[in-house]
Every structure is written in structure tokens, then in C-alpha cells.
Design a binder for this molecule. Structure first.
Ligand code: WTA
Length: 647
């Protein structure tokens, strides 16, 4: 029988004896956490260097706001950089950086220390003090990581905004956090062409009251406009600063960063993370889940620092563990589809952490592309961002992992800060498509609407029923929204509601099924339906819009929009649709651009006036309509379907 012909729940892949032999994790890790969860976390915190030891592991008295490692003091940047140099590993490469046009640069831990120190001195010189916010809007250049670490070193909160976001999106994040400084580049390389980034910053900061300076890294050498007194070149300001800087310790709960993510409303949420708990869990998970061996492995996480995966598994987890990693600036097909495999060969990458959407793209390009390369250095593969379908999982294992590298399918969120549910390589026999088991120290349940915990075979909602060190500490400026979004659904039980549906298979292994709220997952990027709807309604032609995520073979979900035009507006067909798509790009980002927009005469609504997205999703995915009995006017559907066929 071939693997694909059997029931997906029956095939599992135990780790090889060879892998088990050398693995960082063993079954005793689960036993230790089981015995005394808080003592287990206290032990994991020993991975870090503390200026002052903590007195309590957890204070949950002010739930749902946790305090971890109470009374402790440390410096996050010191833990990610200085201590490796002090331990004699200053010559170890921290970052093998690959520029998109083919340039490259290696930074050792000593280099990183000098750069971070210079940046910290320059930021201080600009008048920034602990607690201030700094926006970072940059492509994947080493200075982006240096800027993040310099913030951490000084106790400033960074707010990294994905460089693919529009100036409007950047502005709203600057205003919400009242950032004083923006760090950016003149431009960014995209498929061999330099595109301006500074222009978007100029637009964003125009009239932004909080902004004092814009610090610009020269990356592409394109012309930029300049505002004297406000704009500063990185190579002048940071370049001339002293490479010596003494890091001061901060309280365990000192805020580390804000990262905006989409929620169920149009306004992104500024997720707050703090220092010691976050660093403990990112360090712990990076060590055990990726079986990372400092000084031996070459690790590559393909995420962008604009997302939480980049924060936790490019910056804080790997660097706290003294990793040697690849950081790549460009897209996977520039100059051609061989780029990732060339990079893996060049640096002998041993751990490769990516997203299912990319695996499916590689599948589409054909296996002959990776087959043309020596990928034998790879010994572990990771997946994150959305459920990985079993077919992509098997392809990943056989074509990229040489049928031997374990795959860790890691479930977590911006809010959880670090990996929560994942196999442990060397311990878990994995199943294609299943995230398997909560990690040692993590408590999760699948429950039904009435909070009844489900066992094997159960299908319901994923909840986290105990606090964890890297958990978010709130939403910037809106603690009510924090409580309401995550803690109100199971308020009585005091559980965190993740917003994901999940099931246990008959063996009790966990499968994440995807969002159960109005958040879409496009290529692993979280985008809320209402964000896109409000961008569409912002266009003068549109009276009303409804957006759904429809299944998409490559991107997981694709954005499908239905719009009603304002009275008197003529439907000009393709021109209008192109204009509406451009509007969404401008307002949010090209990643939020709908795959399809259909002009409809009416939208299906319940008697209480709620748009019935489930039915629109059925239309978008070409399914027969289910129960439409709660609709005001079922005939609306015939009109929508007819419009959809024309489009
Ligand atoms: C989804 C990314 C299934 C999930 C780290 C979650 C996953 C959302 C997985 C968080 C996975 C992430 N299997 N689904 N391994 N990993 N998700 O905040 O819906 O960008 O709630 O964090 O991605 O997305 P976020």
C-alpha cells in the first residue's frame, strides 16, 4: 500500500535511532514538566544570564495579566549578544546574510556586539529613554536586527512594521504607539529592482506628532527626499557612535515590543510582549523543538522580521542560543526558483523553518528544482503559519528532507509569543498534518461551546488553560479589548481562547483546523475580513463590502470580496475591479489584495442584519448552498451567483 492511500491518521513517522541518540529532548522533559510545571519553567529560565535572580516564578493574581519571574532583572540584548562574546564565541558567525542582488555579508557575534552597541549609543544620543517606542520599517537587512536589539538593550519598545505594508498602515501604527523614531532604508530590492521605501515613510510621518527622527540605512542608493533636522543617515549617526556600551538590566516584566496583528475588527491590535518570560520560552523552544546545537548547526528561518516568527525565531530565540543563521533579503524566485536551494548548499543549512504556502509553491515549481541540489546538510524541517496539508508534508519530508529529517509542525500565534504545540524531534512519532502535542510546560485543551473538555475523536475550540511565560501581556492602549478578545469566551474557567478550531484524532493527537473567527490566513499572513472591507468601502464607488477567505491551493486561503456600488456609479467591469484591488493595496498592503472581487446587487444578511459569510464562502468556493432559512431574502443568492459567473 502506498502511503497516500492509507488513512492519514494511521501513518506515523518515528524518529530514527540515530536522531534519538543525539537529540536535545528526551521523554523525561514531559515528565519533569508534568511533575511540577512552575519548577520546570524556573529551570528553563536558567538558560538565561540574570543580573538579579527572580524570587517567584509566576504571579497570576492580576489575571489575565501575568507576571513571570517576579523580581528578576536581566538585559535581553546582553543575553542575545554579549554573553556569547564573553564566553569566547565572539568569532562565531551569528548571521550569514544574503542580499537579494547577490551580495552577502557575515556578522560574527563580536561584530553584532559592536553594531548593537553603536546603535544603542546613537539612540541614546537622540534622546530616547527606556519605555519609548521605536518603529522599524525595513527589509531583511542586518541593520533591522541590530535596531531591534539596540531597542532591547535600552529598554525601548520596538514596533516592527512589515515593509510590505502601506504608508497608511505604517502611520496608524506610529500614531497608536506614539513612536518617536522610525528606522528605515532608502529603498528595497525586489526582483533585481530597487524600489523606494523612504517615500512611504515620508508620507506616513507627515504630520505625525510623535515622530522626532527618521533614521535611514542606505541599502539601494536610490535618490531620496530629505527633511533636515528630522532625517538622519544610519551610516553617519550610528557609524560614528562608540562601539562600547554597557547594558543595564531591566525588570523581568519590562516591556520588550509591540507587534500589530489583525483581529476581528478593522483596527489592528498592538500585542505587548515583555522581557524575561518571552526570552525564556523562545530560547527553550528554539533549543528543543529545532534540536539546535550551537556552533554546529546552520539554522534558517525564512520568515520576515515584520511577523512574530521573525521576532521569536530569527532574533530572540536563535540569538539567545548563540545560533549561526542565514538571513535572506529576497523572494524565493529571484533570480530564479533555485535560490533557496543554492543558499542551503552554500551555507550547509541544517535546520530549515518555513511556511506551508512556500512548500506548496515549491511543489508547483516541480521537484526537479530542489533535486538539482545537494540538500544533504538538512537534518530538521519546520513548518509554521497555517495547517500543513498531509500532501505538502510528505513532499517536504521526501524531497527536501531526504526521507529522514523530522518535521516539526509548530502551532503558535503572535499572542503566544513562542511555540506552544509541536512534536519534539527525537521523541515524537509525527503524523503528516498534525501539530501533535502541547510542549512540556504548556497546557492546552480542546473544548466545546459549553467549555466541556473533549477527548480523542473530539472536535472543538483550542484553549490554553494555564498561563505560559511568553504570553502576551495585553493590547497596547486597550486592556479592555485584551480581556474581551481572549478571555471572555471562557471567562468562568479563566481560559485563553485562541480563535482556532482543533480536533483530537483517535490516538489523542492534536490537529489545528484553522480560524473560527473573521480572521483570514493568506500565505500564513493574518488579515481580518473587516480590514479589507473597510479599505473597499473607503473607495468612493463602494457602498458596502463583504469579504471572505476562500480555500486556495497555494496560499491556503485567498481573499474574495463582494461589493455593492453606490447609487449612480457605473460598473465599468475590469477597470473598476482593478481600481478597487489597487485601493486595498494602497490602504493595507499588496498581500491583502483580493483574488476576486464581484459586484453584486445585494449582500445576504440574517434577520439581525449580520452578513452571512458562511454562505458567501460557499459561493466563493463553488459549493452548493446549505441552509439559507435565516436569510432575509434567499433570492439575493441567485443574483450573487449570477454576478459571480459573469465575473
Ligand atoms: C495559524 C504565526 C495550523 C493559526 C506564528 C493561528 C497554524 C495563526 C499553525 C497565528 C500551525 C499558525 N498549524 N495553524 N502549525 N501555526 N497557525 O499570529 O490559525 O501570524 O491562530 O502567528 O496562524 O498567526 P500569527
Amino acid at each position: 500500500m502506498t502511503e497516500s492511500a492509507v488513512n492519514e491518521h494511521e501513518v506515523s513517522y518515528p524518529p530514527s535511532a540515530e536522531f534519538v541518540e543525539q537529540a536535545n529532548a528526551g521523554p523525561e522533559l514531559y515528565a519533569a514538566a508534568e511533575k511540577d510545571r512552575l519548577a520546570f519553567w524556573a529551570e528553563q529560565a536558567e538558560r538565561l544570564d540574570w543580573a538579579e535572580k527572580f524570587t517567584d516564578v509566576l504571579d497570576w493574581s492580576d489575571a489575565p495579566v501575568a507576571k513571570w519571574f517576579v523580581g528578576g532583572k536581566l538585559n535581553v540584548a546582553y543575553n542575545c549578544v554579549d554573553r556569547h562574546v564573553l564566553a569566547g564565541n565572539g568569532d562565531r558567525v551569528a548571521i550569514h546574510w544574503e542580499g537579494e542582488p547577490g551580495d552577502s555579508r557575515d556578522l560574527t557575534y563580536s561584530d553584532l556586539l559592536a553594531e548593537v552597541s553603536r546603535a544603542a549609543n546613537a539612540f541614546t544620543e537622540l534622546g530616547l529613554v527606556a519605555g519609548d517606542r521605536v518603529a522599524i520599517y525595513m527589509p531583511m537587512v542586518p541593520e533591522a536586527i541590530v535596531a531591534m536589539l539596540a531597542c532591547a538593550r535600552l529598554g525601548l519598545m520596538h514596533s516592527v512594521v512589515f515593509a510590505g505594508f502601506s504608508s497608511t498602515a505604517l502611520r496608524s501604527r506610529i500614531d497608536d504607539a506614539e513612536a518617536k523614531l522610525v528606522v528605515t532604508t532608502d529603498g528595497q530590492w525586489r526582483r533585481g529592482k530597487a524600489a523606494s521605501l523612504k517615500d512611504a515613510v515620508d508620507t506616513a510621518v507627515d504630520g505625525a506628532d510623535s515622530i522626532e527622527h527618521v533614521l535611514v540605512v542606505k541599502r539601494t542608493d536610490i535618490d531620496v527626499s530629505w527633511t533636515d533636522g528630522r532625517d538622519l543617515w544610519w551610516h553617519e549617526t550610528v557609524g560614528s557612535a562608540s562601539p562600547e556600551h554597557d547594558a543595564q538590566p531591566f525588570d523581568s516584566e519590562h516591556p520588550l515590543f509591540i507587534l500589530y496583528t489583525s483581529g476581528t475588527t478593522g483596527k489592528p491590535k498592538g500585542i505587548i510582549h515583555t522581557s524575561a518570560g518571552y526570552l525564556t520560552q523562545t530560547s527553550y523552544t528554539h533549543h528543543y523543538v529545532f534540536d539546535h546545537k550551537p556552533g554546529k548547526d546552520v539554522y534558517w528561518c525564512t520568515a520576515d522580521i515584520g511577523w512574530v516568527t521573525g521576532h521569536s525565531y530569527i532574533v530572540y530565540g536563535p540569538l539567545s542560543n548563540g545560533a549561526t543563521q542565514v538571513v535572506y533579503e529576497g523572494t524565493p524566485n529571484s533570480p530564479d526558483e533555485h535560490r533557496h536551494w543554492n543558499i542551503i548548499e552554500k551555507y550547509e543549512v541544517s535546520i530549515y523553518y518555513t511556511a506551508p504556502t512556500l512548500v506548496r509553491t515549491f511543489m508547483k515549481w516541480g521537484r526537479e528544482i530542489p533535486d538539482a541540489h545537494d540538500l544533504s546538510s538538512i537534518r530538521l524541517l519546520g513548518s509554521v503559519g497555517e495547517p500543513i496539508n498531509p500532501e505538502a508534508w510528505r513532499w517536504f519530508r521526501s524531497v527536501i528532507g531526504g526521507n529522514k529529517a523530522p518535521i516539526v509542525d509548530t502551532w503558535w500565534q503572535t499572542e503566544t509569543g513562542a511555540i506552544m504545540v509541536s512534536p519534539l524531534p527525537g521523541v515524537t512519532a509525527t503524523k503528516p498534518g498534525s501539530a501533535m502535542t502541547p510542549l512540556p510546560g504548556i497546557a492546552a485543551k480542546i473544548v466545546d461551546d459549553e467549555a466541556k473538555p473533549l477527548g480523542p475523536g473530539g472536535n472543538g475550540f483550542l484553549v490554553l488553560d494555564e498561563p505560559w511565560p511568553a504570553m502576551l501581556r495585553g493590547i497596547w492602549g486597550d486592556m479592555e479589548r485584551y480581556k474581551d478578545t481572549y478571555w471572555s469566551r471562557y471567562a468562568e474557567e479563566g481560559w485563553y481562547f485562541a480563535g482556532d478550531g482543533a480536533k483530537f484524532d483517535d490516538d489523542g493527537d492534536l490537529w489545528v483546523l484553522g480560524r473560527v473567527d473573521d480572521v483570514m490566513n493568506i500565505s500564513g499572513h493574518r488579515i481580518s475580513t473587516s480590514e479589507v472591507e473597510s479599505a473597499l468601502v473607503g473607495h468612493p464607488s463602494v457602498a458596502e463590502a463583504a469579504v471572505v477567505g476562500a480555500a486556495d491551493e497555494t496560499t491556503g486561503q485567498g481573499i474574495v470580496a463582494f461589493v455593492i456600488l453606490r447609487g449612480g456609479i457605473e460598473n465599468t467591469g475590469d477597470d473598476l475591479i482593478a481600481e478597487l484591488k489597487a485601493e486595498v493595496s494602497r490602504e493595507i498592503s499588496p498581500i491583502a489584495k483580493p483574488r476576486q472581487i464581484t459586484v453584486v446587487p445585494e449582500l445576504p444578511k440574517t434577520r439581525s442584519g449580520k452578513i452571512m459569510r458562511r454562505l458567501l464562502r460557499d459561493v466563493a468556493e463553488g459549493r452548493d448552498l446549505g441552509d439559507t432559512s435565516t436569510l432575509v431574502d434567499p433570492a439575493v443568492f441567485e443574483a450573487i451567483k449570477a454576478a459571480g459567473k459573469k465575473a
